[in-house]
Design a protein around this ligand. Sequence first.
Ligand code: KG4
Ligand code: ZN
Length: 355
Amino acid sequence: MRVLGIETSCDETAAAVVTETGVVLSDVVRSQVEAHAPYGGVVPEIASRDHARAIVPVIREALARAGMKPGDVDGIAVTSRPGLLGALLVGLSAAKGLSFTTGKPIVGVDHLVGHLLAVFLRRGEAEAEAPVPSYPFIALLASGGHTALYRVDAPRLSAIRELGATRDDAAGEAFDKTAKLLGLGYPGGPVVDRLAATGDASRAKDAVPRSMAHRESLEFSFSGVKAAVMRHVAMQGKPPEGQALADLCAAFQASVVGTLVDKAVRAAKVEGVPRIVLAGGVAANRGLRARMAEACARQKIALFVPSFASCTDNAAMIAYAGALRFAAGEADDLALEPSTKTALPRVTRKGAGLR
Ligand code: KG4
Ligand code: ZN
């Protein structure tokens, strides 16, 4: 089965062709980062307009790279939730148009489910034999829009359970906001990651507390870390480029990464599941990858980290999740509607007080 995936939930216009075994035949991602950078974050109206301009060429390119015509695909999978409504509508409209004209079936995919299954994607020879987790596994999804721990018992919505999520900012959002505060541009994750590698966290640890240290809870909170950096900058001024800035980035990153690692390992222990999968853009963070690998080795937990292209937003993960829905005999129709919310049941309420 060859499924065309379409993804427009946030600031990437993406299309890909993937088989139900996760083999990536093509994967095109067009980032809007330059359009949003001047504003230090994603501007929804700019995102929708840019998706509308890019969607047809991106889909054409994905089909061409797979050596296919629209009528050659066995089905169309499209991100229907969660995301920016106007942005989702562009991908949905394109998918419905293609489904209508080709007569091929359409399925909606929850973007978060796509991220959680991205570890099964196979990109070229290099990944053909890469180890994949068996079910169930614990997944840490950390991106610019979401941060949560899940128990994944099978590759379908009804078999995925949220164990805890962030009460406020997502981890990537904390990186982005902190970078903005320090004048490091957008998106902030990669820059902070680079600077942190040359810094010494212990020299700035008083400036940045550990984010929500309640060890028993599987919930996250990152707004305090961001506020601490804000207070530090308000009192001492923005550190000039150099060691002090690198130290501050290292302390911030150590705080966020330490919490992500501790809670993921705790989730694996509580659930009795010795397998952890990383997902989302923050999984690209070198500090997180290194600390997680150390912790998992110590605790005899198997760690699975998707390639960078599979961590950040892409349509291959959407095509794969959709292919599995088709394989299970499921399909939607042209009445498919977008939603800003995930279909996964949530246990953590955003903005909720301490439990
Ligand atoms: O998954 P993604 O591409 O898009 C969303 O669904 O949000 O994640 C983007 C987020 C941004 O907040 C970005 O700053 C963060 O991932 N990110 C990183 C790194 N690379 C990207 N955060 C920390 N370290 C990195 N190396
Ligand atoms: Zn995402």
